[in-house]
Design a protein around this ligand. Structure first.
Ligand SMILES: [Zn+2]
Length: 377
C-alpha cells in the first residue's frame, strides 16, 4: 500500500501556504471542506465559534466534522483529528524543500503543527480508497482554535460523533509515537489588594501588593513538582510609579497533573500560601481557579491503543508509548467520552521559526493513518 508522495508534498505545501491563524481559519476550512467532499465525506461545520466568543476570540469558522460511510459494518468507527489553526508568526509561510526536509524561510513557523496531521489524514484515507480496501465508518474532525486553549474542541458536540477510537495527529516524537496519557490543567488568576501610600512620606501606612506577591511566590512550590505534576506562574503585573506603595498585583499561572488527586492537592497548596501571606501582611487576595481541560490515562490494554500498536507494527514502524506534560484536543475529546490517543508526527522545533519536518515522516504519518483504517477489524 504505497502512498502518493508527490501529491502528499503538494498538499502540504498548499495548506501551509494558506494563512490560518487562531480565529482566522475560514480560508483553510473552505479548502478542507472541498477536499473532504471530494473523498466522499459528508461535512458539517459546527458553531464552536460561539464558545470562542465567550473567551473573547472573534471567529466566523466552526470545527469541520466529516463522516465517510464504511464499506464494512460491524467494525469500530474511527475518529481522526487535527487542528486547522497555527501559532504566530504564521502568515505568508514560504516553505522550502531541502532534500528530505521541509522548513520555513526562517521568518515564520512552518505550520507542520498541525498541517502534517491534516494531510496525513487526507492522504491516508485516499490511499485506502485507491487501493480498494474495505473499511468501517470514518469520522474526521478538523478543529479551530486549538492553540491557546483547545477552544475549538471544547465546542464540539460529541452527540454528532459515533467513534469509539480517536486518533489526534498532533504530537512531538517520530511517527510511531503513541501518547496515551496527558495531564489535566487548572488555570489560576490572582488579584492581590494591598494599600496605597506615598513611598517617601508615609510608607508605613501602605501595604505593598508587590511584596505580598513576592513573598507568596518564594513560599509556593513551582516548576516540576513530581513526575506527573507541574506548576507555573507565568504572568506578574504590578505597579504604576516608584513613589507609590503598590496597591494591586496580578498573578496568572497554571497547575497540571496526570493525577487528579495531586492536581487538587497542589492547587490547594498554592491557594493556602496566597491566603496565608495575604493575612500576614493585612492584604486581601482574590483567587480564581478554572478547569481548563481534563486529563486522560489510557493503557496498552485499551482497544484504541492496541489498534495503534498493531497498525504501526504492520508497516514496520517502531511503536513508542509515551506520556506528555502538554494538552491537546485529545484531552477534550477523551473528556467527551471518546477514548483517544495522540500520534507523533515527527515535526521538530514547533512553535518556532526553526520548525521543520522530514518528508519521510510525513509519508509515515499518512501510511499510519491508512494502516489504522486497514487493521481496524
Ligand atoms: Zn498542534
Amino acid at each position: 500500500m504505497n502512498i502518493n508522495k508527490t501529491r502528499l508534498i503538494e498538499e502540504f505545501i498548499e495548506l501551509v501556504s494558506t494563512d490560518s491563524g487562531t480565529g482566522e481559519e475560514r480560508e483553510i476550512a473552505d479548502k478542507l471542506t472541498a477536499k473532504l467532499k471530494a473523498l466522499g465525506c459528508s461535512v458539517y461545520e459546527d458553531d464552536a465559534w460561539k464558545t470562542l466568543k465567550e473567551r473573547s476570540i472573534e471567529s466566523n469558522t466552526g470545527n469541520l466534522v466529516a463522516k465517510l460511510d464504511g464499506t464494512q459494518k460491524d467494525v469500530p468507527t474511527l475518529l481522526f483529528c487535527a487542528h486547522m489553526d497555527r501559532v504566530t508568526p504564521g502568515k505568508g509561510i514560504k516553505p522550502i524543500i531541502e532534500n528530505d526536509i521541509i522548513k520555513s524561510d526562517g521568518t515564520t513557523i512552518l505550520a507542520a503543527d498541525d498541517v502534517a496531521g491534516i494531510v496525513a489524514i487526507l492522504e491516508g484515507v485516499r490511499t485506502i480508497q485507491e487501493n480498494g480496501i474495505e473499511h468501517g465508518d470514518i469520522e474526521i474532525v478538523f478543529t479551530i482554535a486549538e492553540e491557546g486553549g483547545l477552544n475549538g474542541a471544547k465546542g464540539l458536540d460529541p452527540s454528532r460523533l459515533a467513534a469509539t477510537h480517536g486518533y489526534c495527529l498532533d504530537a512531538n516524537g517520530t511517527v510511531g509515537t503513541i501518547v496515551t496519557s496527558a495531564p489535566a490543567q487548572k488555570g489560576l488568576k490572582v488579584n492581590i489588594y494591598g494599600k496605597a501610600a506615598h513611598a517617601g512620606i508615609s510608607p508605613e501606612s501602605g501595604i505593598s501588593a508587590i511584596l505580598v506577591a513576592a513573598n507568596a511566590l518564594t513560599r509556593m512550590q513551582l516548576g516540576r513538582i513530581d513526575e506527573e505534576t507541574t506548576a507555573n506562574i507565568g504572568i506578574f503585573q504590578a505597579g504604576v510609579a516608584t513613589n507609590i506603595i503598590t496597591e494591586q498585583a496580578y498573578l496568572e499561572g497554571e497547575i497540571r497533573s496526570r493525577n487528579p488527586e495531586k492536581l487538587k492537592k497542589h492547587t490547594q497548596h498554592i491557594k493556602d500560601v496566597l491566603t496565608e501571606v495575604a493575612n500576614e501582611f493585612g492584604a486581601k487576595v482574590e483567587i480564581e481557579i478554572n478547569d481548563l481541560y481534563p486529563s486522560f490515562n489510557l493503557t496498552e490494554n485499551d482497544a484504541v491503543v492496541q489498534l495503534a500498536l498493531r497498525a504501526a507494527a504492520k508497516i514496520d514502524l517502531q511503536p513508542i508509548l509515551g506520556k506528555t506534560g502538554g494538552g491537546s484536543d485529545a484531552n477534550i475529546i477523551n473528556g467527551k467520552g471518546i477514548p483517544s490517543v495522540v500520534l507523533g508526527l515527527g515535526f521538530e522545533d514547533v512553535h518556532s521559526t526553526k520548525e521543520r519536518i522530514a518528508i519521510s515522516e510525513l509519508e509515515n504519518a499518512a501510511r499510519l493513518v491508512a494502516s489504522l483504517i486497514k487493521e481496524n477489524k
